[in-house]
Write a protein that binds this ligand. Structure first.
Ligand code: BTN
Length: 255
């Protein structure tokens, strides 16, 4: 698809994931991208607000999964996190920043020295018991600064600009992340998750640390993550000595 047709550009939107949903329902092809200068109602995981002022990269990619991909969809969000880390690593190398300061929390938060620089929200659209497409929403703090964020998240957030002291061209960021996400989606669709999991594992920041795990029903418990399995689930040690793999929980590092 020519890049000009593929990328839908917006000024201010509620959420680029909503734009992808609209485009997807209208028949837009696999790989369609929505990108906005600003989001008025940016969403994070678990119903959280994602603050999206001008200066960040707020984008979503439409993925039409094959029949065999449906059961593996949670791993798509792992793949997207790896792609965002790949993209930031490339930018860091060009800026002379240390690429090994970039890490991944589970499932897909991208951190720099434990401060969040990018987040991913994958939302599947279902129509008559099928999932025709998924929106992979990617938010990267590029030229926005943590000072634009509410005080409680400021100290745990960072951006390319606050790390390098300079603006980084948003268009170039979009170009790089598009290449990286295309590669990781192709890898995901090819059937084997091995390389994606290995790349995620290399950047894992939670292993061996005390973490609060919150289940979808709101229950919380302390665990120690020790690995990721071949489906992208987090393997954790519980306080009672048992080990299990979790798929739908949320992690918060105990600092
Ligand atoms: C998270 O870390 O909780 C996920 C954040 C995802 C933010 C992106 S920005 C583009 C897309 N549109 C949204 O409303 N959310 C995602």
């Amino acid at each position: 698809m020519p890049e000009t047709k593929r990328i839908h550009r917006f000024g201010v939107v509620e959420s680029t994931n909503d734009e992808i949903r609209r485009l997807g329902l209208a028949g837009a092809p696999d790989g369609t991208i929505a990108v906005a200068a600003e989001q008025r109602a940016g969403r994070g995981r678990r119903g959280r607000v994602w603050h999206s002022p001008c200066g960040g990269l707020w984008m979503s990619v439409l993925v039409r999964p094959g029949a065999k991909d449906i059961a593996r969809l949670p791993a798509l969000s792992i793949a997207a996190g790896v792609a965002a880390a790949d993209a930031l690593e490339k930018v860091f190398v060009e800026l002379g920043l240390p690429p090994d300061s970039i890490g991944l929390s589970w499932p897909n938060d991208v951190l720099v020295d434990m401060k969040k620089i990018a987040g991913i929200l994958c939302e599947a659209t279902s129509v008559e018991n099928s999932i025709p497409f998924v929106a992979i929403g990617i938010g990267i703090n590029v030229n926005n600064s943590p000072e634009q964020l509410p005080a409680e998240i400021q100290e745990h957030s960072t951006s390319v600009k606050s790390l390098s002291g300079n603006n980084w061209p948003i268009e170039k960021m979009l170009e790089i992340i598009t290449i990286m996400i295309d590669n990781r989606i192709a890898e995901f669709k090819s059937g084997s998750l091995d390389n994606i999991i290995a790349e995620w594992r290399k950047r894992a920041v939670l292993f061996g640390r005390n973490v609060i795990l919150q289940s979808p029903d709101g229950n919380k418990r302390k665990v120690v993550p020790v690995d990721i399995d071949n489906r992208g689930r987090l393997i954790v040690h519980n306080d009672n000595g048992s080990t299990e793999s979790v798929e739908f929980e949320e992690t918060t590092l105990i600092r």
